[in-house]
Design a protein around this ligand. Sequence first.
Ligand SMILES: C[S@@+](CC[C@H](N)C(=O)[O-])C[C@H]1O[C@@H](n2cnc3c(N)ncnc32)[C@H](O)[C@@H]1O
Length: 321
Amino acid sequence: MIWTKLALRAILIYNTQNWLAINTTRKDYISVLILPDGWKDYALLDMASGEKLERWGNVVVARPDPQIIWPDTSGKVKWDCHLRYHRSIQGGGSWERIKTTPERWTITWRSLKFIIRPTDFKHMGLFPEQAANWDWIMRNAEPGIKILNLFGYTGGATIAAAKTGASVTHVDAAKGMNMWAKENAALNGLSNIRFITDDVLKFVQREQRRGNRYDAIIMDPPSYGRGPGGEVWKIEDRLHELVRSCAQLLSTNARFFLINAYTTGFSSIVVENILRVALKKGVTSGELGIKCANGLILPCGIYARWERAEIVKRSPSGPRR
Ligand SMILES: C[S@@+](CC[C@H](N)C(=O)[O-])C[C@H]1O[C@@H](n2cnc3c(N)ncnc32)[C@H](O)[C@@H]1O
């Protein structure tokens, strides 16, 4: 009997790279670590003492990462790279160009192409761990459905969603980000995307008033941000309101809702709870990570997902609007 109970609690979940044994005491809350699959143009080569060494196409880059608090045991001093980002004590930082590199270049993940460009704020214009979400989005989307992507950034999730033939509305506060996302769309030959420069909350409330509906919603809220009119976004103050408003935008046959976040100190259960408050059943959550060549996993954020299939399975009355 005790063994049956233990076996029930140890849930084996397959992800494309690992079998993970997750010991849960609550069968309805299951936290899953997901790792991206399918990268050839990106690799996490090493990580230690506050820095990671990555390969973006043929360009090797060293960048700081606050999660990497363990010391170097592998000879990091010998890291050979093209570019290295140095933090400044005044805030921000700058790139040291050690070897000649192009200003921008293109990388490929499966059939998708993205423009990579080192930015002043240390980003490369893509979050490679998001490929785990892109796979999920591409499995759940289909031609003709309407998808809303909020805090769309350079369009990683937008391009993945649009590639399925869904029609995508991409919203971001920054004109520059939308320009980059448009270039990514053109690079992939996609014209089924509407780009909106707006504050996400204002846009969602406007869509509610217009009676517009979406079959799926994706969002990647930062901890802190500003809308184009200076509107303050603070995840702890606004996420619940945004998710509740978005839930009202879902169509009767809505398929999925994905929240991704990178907010230090937030458990994935926080975003799962927010989705559960809005949508009740069919929600799961977990962490995103990237496997390093040294065998360790770099934690890269959290996600919560709602899927209609789950709701239909659990509740005979179907999805809640
Ligand atoms: C962390 S990035 C999103 C990452 C991206 N979705 C991905 O996976 O590649 C956050 C984005 O939110 C945008 N943003 C911040 N505050 C906003 C607001 N109030 N309304 C709309 N967009 C906002 C920023 O311009 C930025 O592009």
